[in-house]
Design a protein around this ligand. Structure first.
Ligand SMILES: [Ca+2]
Ligand SMILES: [Ca+2]
Length: 236
């Protein structure tokens, strides 16, 4: 009985190893390819500025795709090639929001925030910021918040203006006083909208990366995972 059971287990392992070696993907769906949320081409033709003493937030909205519900990172670029204004080293916040009801994104809920400093500005570099993996429902907002505490305007928000431009996907908001990132609806209506509503149709260079929701019991190391998953499939 025992040797019979061990033999079955070894058979399952051998099949799993053989299929995996053959590239046929005998793996849980939790290992599927990532989803990259992007509406830009990686090059900014314009950078929008924020006046001294003001705060600005900019974000792209993305409907959550099946297999990409867990957001692991946000990528962001600053300024654009050709500009020389100092941006590197200034504080910046990377924000992930969830907008479950769609439509107006300014009622979205803040789910993750990473405070860091600007790097690789004015170079089209999309800096990758790893976040605590967070499952999002509905629409995700990949956002960047900059508080301009300097005495000069900062041309920081990179916009891809190359066709195709996706309307109603790239938004901004700014405040003279401190911008409350926990309540985007507190931004005055006159100070927020889409890129096109500001007269500059384009899409910000902000992206997100998502992975599937891990299957229960299939999210740990390979050995602990192959057997339970294989058994479950045999019962189907
Ligand atoms: Ca472009
Ligand atoms: Ca909404």
């Amino acid at each position: 009985m025992q040797s019979n059971r061990i033999g079955k287990l070894l058979s399952v392992l051998a099949i799993a190893a053989a299929v995996k070696a053959g590239g046929l993907g005998f793996v849980p769906s939790g290992w599927a390819a990532d989803v990259t949320y992007s509406i830009d081409d990686g090059t900014a033709e314009r950078a929008l500025g924020i006046d001294p003493g003001e705060d600005v937030i900019w974000f792209n909205t993305f409907p959550v795709q099946a297999g990409g519900e867990v957001i692991n990172s946000i990528s962001a670029s600053y300024g654009r090639p050709g500009l020389t204004g100092a941006l590197n080293g200034f504080p910046i916040s990377i924000l992930l929001y969830e907008d479950t009801d769609g439509g107006d994104p300014f009622n979205a809920v803040l789910k993750q925030q990473l405070n860091t400093t600007i790097a690789n500005a004015n170079s089209n570099t999309l800096n990758v910021y790893n976040l605590t993996p967070t499952e999002i429902h509905g629409t995700l907002l990949a956002a960047v918040l900059f508080r301009n505490t300097t005495a000069v305007s900062k041309f920081i928000t990179p916009s891809d203006e190359t066709a195709p431009v996706f309307a109603s996907r790239s938004f901004f908001g700014f405040t003279v006083d401190d911008l409350n990132q926990n309540d985007l609806s507190s931004i005055p209506l006159a100070n927020r909208g889409t890129a096109e509503s500001a007269g500059f149709p384009g899409n910000w260079l902000v992206r997100a990366n998502g992975t599937p929701v891990p299957e229960v019991g299939c999210a740990t190391a390979a050995m602990a995972l192959v057997l339970p998953c294989a058994r479950r499939r045999r019962r189907v």
